[in-house]
Design a protein around this ligand. Structure first.
Ligand SMILES: [Zn+2]
Length: 205
């Protein structure tokens, strides 16, 4: 009869099919007779499969985590991109209203034109938007233009903009003040400076 310790030493090789046919027969026979070795054989045979499937499960869990993390990272990345794009748009294209301290403006008359020069002094780039100011509807149902709004914004200096983007000139015929009673409103972040027929030709502080 084969001794237990020999069978037990050989069991791993037996399970892997690495023993000779004679040894295999001996072990087969022993396992039929010996509870202890049969139990060990069962233990040694099963855990290998379990271990493998556990590894697979771990790998799957890991992949799931990686995928979740990837999705989270992608979402975070997307949020960052949106934020950067919004910031760039704001700082490069929309800008923030210019405050009085950051702007020097000069008004003067050239021929029949009134002009206002704006110059930004804070190293940002100047972006000026002008739009008509409409009055009340008149008898023919039309809202007449009663002036112009000049809105300076500061944006970050950008190579996309023109080289000289610190100054801006707005011009308007003098007769729009004197005959049409137009006004020009310089809208700053903290103040509206209004030019009318009363003060367009007076020096500004
Ligand atoms: Zn045995």
């Amino acid at each position: 009869m084969t001794k237990c310790h020999i069978v037990q030493d050989l069991l791993p090789h037996y399970i892997d099919g690495l023993v000779s046919a004679e040894t295999e027969t001996d072990i087969d026979r022993h396992l039929q007779e010996c509870d202890a070795c049969r139990t060990l054989h069962a233990k040694l045979s099963v855990p290998i499969e379990n271990a493998a499937s556990q590894t697979d499960k771990k790998e799957i869990d890991f992949l799931k985590k990686v995928r979740k993390k990837t999705v989270k990272k992608m979402l975070a990345g997307f949020a960052v991109i949106v934020l950067i794009f919004a910031s760039l748009t704001y700082f490069l294209a929309i800008g923030s209203p210019v405050s009085k301290e950051d702007l020097v403006f000069t008004t003067y008359v050239v021929g029949d034109d009134w002009r206002i020069d704006l110059e930004l002094t804070n190293d940002k780039a100047l972006l000026v938007r002008t739009e008509p100011i409409y009055g009340e509807k008149n008898s023919s149902g039309v809202r007449p233009v009663v002036g112009f709004l000049v809105k300076p914004y500061q944006v970050l200096p950008s190579p996309i903009l023109e080289a000289d983007n610190k100054s801006f000139m707005f011009g308007s015929p003098i007769k729009s003040f004197t005959e049409l009673d137009h006004k020009v409103v310089l809208r700053l972040g903290n103040d509206d400076i209004v030019f009318t027929s009363d003060n367009y030709d007076k020096p500004q502080p």
